[in-house]
Design a binder for this molecule. Structure first.
Ligand SMILES: C[S@@+](CC[C@H](N)C(=O)[O-])C[C@H]1O[C@@H](n2cnc3c(N)ncnc32)[C@H](O)[C@@H]1O
Length: 324
């Protein structure tokens, strides 16, 4: 049962969120919660996710052969690898169809090559990726990470109107920005704490350095969104309240976020890849949807809803939206 409205939502999370009446919500065009497959066709989604799981299992197995490292980010990779392997072999139904190419596979290979230097602390994930032209951008824009961006862009494009003020947080290399149909009549501000990342791509909008761990002077936004970024916050609930202050009353926040455990106890397939980066190994990584919903409610948002991204039975997260 995945409901956006009314008291049955209490079963979703035990949230303290407030809900407004359904007729009003429909008149202002908030979609009902729904599920979508990761790729256009559902079996393609399962094939890709199982391929990622299989490759992750092999890479984790390799990393588990090494002794526990001393560097803090490497400890998280090593521990994540043990957690992944402890869940047992991947039960893959479509093994013969699994692809083996793409940015994620290149990134897995690179993690193995870099492991000796990462584990000694001689190299960081950020430096390792900067050394390979285009790898970070590809990782962000190709599935599965690029899929969260497409979901968010579809949602936002459906809500864009002339005169809107749109703010993106953690915009990075622009995996979502590049998919938006923003005309000159929309005020679009792309922010990230890293200006060099923002400036890698020639995309619409004004760029601005903004660290979402701090309050902002930006106000009166109609839409604020962040794709695979806000889990990096020091304190997500506090950041959600900063964002609420950026929105006009009734303005909308849209988050694209993954689920930490898409099925059973096994972590999300790219967990040990993401552990290479600050904002992940020094945080919790992805957070369960219910935690976001609880935090949104506690920060005073209303009309909280979600769209789940699926690959077979794997719940990969998706979108969460709410109004200020
Ligand atoms: C996984 S990437 C997000 C993907 C992004 N949409 C893109 O296309 O690159 C996480 C992004 O969040 C940014 N970020 C992390 N912590 C941040 C913070 N405290 N304030 C602002 N941006 C932050 C990073 O610089 C990075 O660009």
């Amino acid at each position: 049962m995945h409901c956006v409205f009314g008291s049955s939502c209490a079963s979703l999370s035990g949230t303290r969120a407030k809900y407004v009446n359904k007729a009003l919500l429909e008149s202002i065009n908030i979609p009902a919660a729904n599920d979508v497959p990761m790729m256009q066709d559902a079996s393609e989604s399962l094939v890709l996710y199982e391929a990622l799981l299989l490759r992750a299992f092999d890479v984790c197995g390799e990393i588990c052969r090494y002794p526990k490292p001393s560097d803090p980010s490497a400890i998280r990779i090593w521990e994540a690898s043990h957690a992944f392997v402890a869940c047992g072999p991947v039960a893959c139904t479509l093994r013969d169809l699994c692809p083996s190419g793409g940015a994620v596979f290149d990134a897995f290979n690179k993690l193995l090559v870099d492991w000796p230097e990462l584990s000694s602390g001689a190299m960081t994930g950020e430096i390792a990726y900067a050394a390979v032209p285009d790898l970070w951008r590809r990782l962000m824009c190709e599935p599965p990470l690029g899929t969260y961006a497409s979901l968010a862009a579809n949602f936002i494009n459906a809500h864009l109107r002339p005169g809107l003020k749109l703010i993106e947080l953690g915009a990075g290399v622009g995996n979502t920005s590049r998919l938006l149909n923003v005309g000159a009549d929309v005020l679009y501000i792309r922010t990230d704490r890293s200006l060099p990342l923002l400036n890698q791509a020639d995309l619409p909008g004004t760029t601005l350095r903004y660290d979402f761990n701090t309050p902002s002077s930006m106000t009166a936004a109609d839409i604020v969104f962040a794709v695979n970024a806000m889990h990096c916050a020091d304190n997500p609930r506090r950041t959600l309240s900063y964002v609420r202050a950026m929105l006009r009353p009734g303005g909308m926040l849209i988050l694209g976020e993954g689920e930490p455990r898409p099925a059973g106890n096994r972590p999300w397939a790219l967990d040990m890849l993401c552990c290479q980066f600050s904002g992940w190994w020094d945080r919790t990584g992805f957070r369960p949807r219910d935690e976001w919903v609880d935090d949104l409610g506690a920060a005073g948002y209303i009309d909280i809803g979600h769209q789940r991204l699926f690959a077979g039975e794997y719940d990969l997260g998706g979108l969460i939206w709410a109004r200020a």
